[in-house]
Design a binder for this molecule. Sequence first.
Ligand code: FAD
Ligand code: SIN
Length: 442
Amino acid sequence: METDVLIIGSGIAGLTYAVNLAMADKHLKITMLTKTQEDETNTKYAQGGVAAVTNLNTDSFEKHIHDTLIAGDGLCNEAIVTSVVKEGPERIQEIIQWGTDFDKESDGDYKLGKEGGHSENRILHFKDVTGMEMERALLSKAHQYDNIQIIDYCFVIDIITQHHLGKLITKATPDIACYGVYVLNLENHQIEKIVSKVTMLATGGCGQVYRTTTNPKIATGDGVAMVYRAKGRIENMEFIQFHPTALFEPSKRFGQSFLITEAVRGDGGVLRNSKGEEFMHKYDDRLSLAPRDIVARAIDNEMKILGDEHVFLDCRQMNLENFKTHFPNIYKKCESIGIDVSQQMIPVAPAAHYSCGGIQVDAFGRTSIQRLYSCGEAASTGLHGANRLASNSLLEAMVFGKRSFEDTIAHISQYSLQSDIPDWNASGTSRTQGNDTHHAKY
Ligand code: FAD
Ligand code: SIN
C-alpha cells in the first residue's frame, strides 16, 4: 500500500494531526493504523480533563507555567512549557468547535476542576469521562473526511529506513529517513509494507510494561521501541509517572486498574491509611493535592510502614449528589464492587500511569529521523520534565498534533514515495500456534 501520510495511532494525538491535515488538503491520502479498535486508546480512559487557562479573572498563563515547572521538578524545557500553555486556549476552542462537550456551570461558564499541583481551578472536563468524550468527537470529525482511512487491527512492527535498503545505519548516521512501516495485519496474519511520504508515530504510552497500570493493553511503548531500533533518539524513559489512586481490587493485581481521578481529591476526597489516619501533612504542605509523584511516594511509604497493599480515599464527607454528578462513572464502578462511597472508603494504590519521556522531538514534533514525526504520549517534547502536571497530557497532544500538521503541510511536497523497498523477510520465523480470538491477538 502507498499513502501520502501514514499515522500510527488513533488517540487524541494522531486524530488531531489527521483532522487538521484533512481539513487543509482534501487531496492528501491519509492512512491511520490502530492496533485494535479505533477507540481503544489511553485517550478513551482519561478522566480528570484537560488543563488550560480559560478564566483570566482568577487564572493566568504565568500560574499555569509555574505549576508545570514545579511539578516537572526543574527538568522541563521552559520555552516549550511557555508556548504550550499559551497555545492551550486556542486548541480548546478548536476541539469544542469540532464537537467536544465540556461541563458548564448554570451561568454558561465552563466548570473548572482542580487536580494535584495546580494552584487554580483550570481543568475542563466532561464528568469523569473526558477522554471518552474527546475521542468520540475526534473520531466523528475524522469520519467526515473521505481522505482519512482508519484501519483497525494493524500492529505496526517497525519503521522502514535505509537499513531495509541494505545500508549500514548507526546512531551516528546523520540522515536516517523513514519511508513507511512494516505492519502485521491481525485479520489475515500477513506482514505488509506501507510506503509513505511522511509518517507520524502517535502510539501512546507504555504502562503495560508494569505489573499494575491504569493503561489499557495497547499501551506497550511500541513507537518508542521502533525509533530505538531504527537508531533514532529517545530520552527520559526513566520518568514513568505513577498515579497515586488506582482502585485496588485484589482480583486485579495485573493488567489495567480502574482509575480514581485526582479530581476527586480536588473536590474534597482525603487520603487515609489503614488506621484511618490522614497522612499527607507528614509529606507536603499541599496535602492530598501535592503533585502526583509526591503523593504516590507518600502512599507507597505508608503502605510499606504498615505492611498494607493499599491506602484509602475517603469521600464520605463529600456531598453525594455532587459526587454522582461529577463522577458518575466512578460512582457506578464503586457500587458494582459493593462500595457505597457515602459510607465506605475507596481502597487505592499507586499504578504506572504515564511516560513523561519518549521519542525526542523538537518544537514541531520532528524526530531525529527525517520524514518521521511523533506527538502525544509517545513523544518527549520537554513539557513534562521529571513529572507531568495533571491534565497537561491531553493539552500537549493537541498542541503538538497541530504543530506537526503545520510542519508536514510546509514540507510534504519535498518528499516522494521511496521505491525498491523489499517485502518483509519472514524467513526463519514461524507463526505461534494458539487461539485466534481478538483477545489473544495483541
Ligand atoms: P493513545 O490515546 O494511547 O493512542 C495510542 C494509539 O496508538 C492507539 O490507537 C493504539 O492502538 C496505537 N498503537 C500503539 N502501538 C501501535 C502499534 N504497534 N501498531 C499500531 N497502532 C499502535 N491525561 C490528561 O491530560 N488528562 C486526564 O484526565 C488523563 N487521564 C488519564 C486517565 C487514564 C486512566 C489514563 C490511562 C491516562 C490518562 N491521561 C490523562 C493521559 C492521557 O490520556 C494520554 O497520555 C493521552 O490520551 C495519550 O494520547 P495519544 O494519542 O498519545 O495515545
Ligand atoms: C486523573 O484524572 O487523575 C488523571 C489526570 C491525568 O493523568 O492527567
